[in-house]
Design a protein around this ligand. Structure first.
Ligand code: SF4
Length: 92
């Protein structure tokens, strides 16, 4: 094994300057989950993501950092936590 190779790849975050959600509060993208687990709680965030020019980069970023996590939170790349689970593990 080459010890000069970083164990964690560098992830560029310059794209965040172009995010449609830049400067918005977390409450929109990380709404408090209630007993109603319906995806409607994410509707406002999803509508913002639809017009975001960096949604692909955002999704790749989230999928990278969420890998191996027990649970996903919030909206990234125009997808809810459940949708990202399905993207990662396939529809269940
Ligand atoms: S895709 Fe959505 S969460 Fe990601 S940067 Fe764009 S607006 Fe923000």
């Amino acid at each position: 094994m080459n010890r000069d190779v970083p164990q964690t790849p560098y992830i560029d975050t310059d794209w965040q300057d172009y995010a449609a959600c830049k400067g918005m509060g977390n409450d929109v993208f990380f709404p408090e989950e209630s007993h109603n687990s319906s995806s409607t709680i994410y509707n406002k965030a999803l509508s913002i993501c639809r017009g975001c020019p960096v949604s692909r980069q955002c999704l790749m970023y989230a999928m990278y950092w969420e890998e191996g996590q027990f649970r996903r939170f919030g909206v990234f790349g125009g997808l809810t936590p459940r949708q990202r689970d399905q993207l990662c593990y396939g529809a269940q």
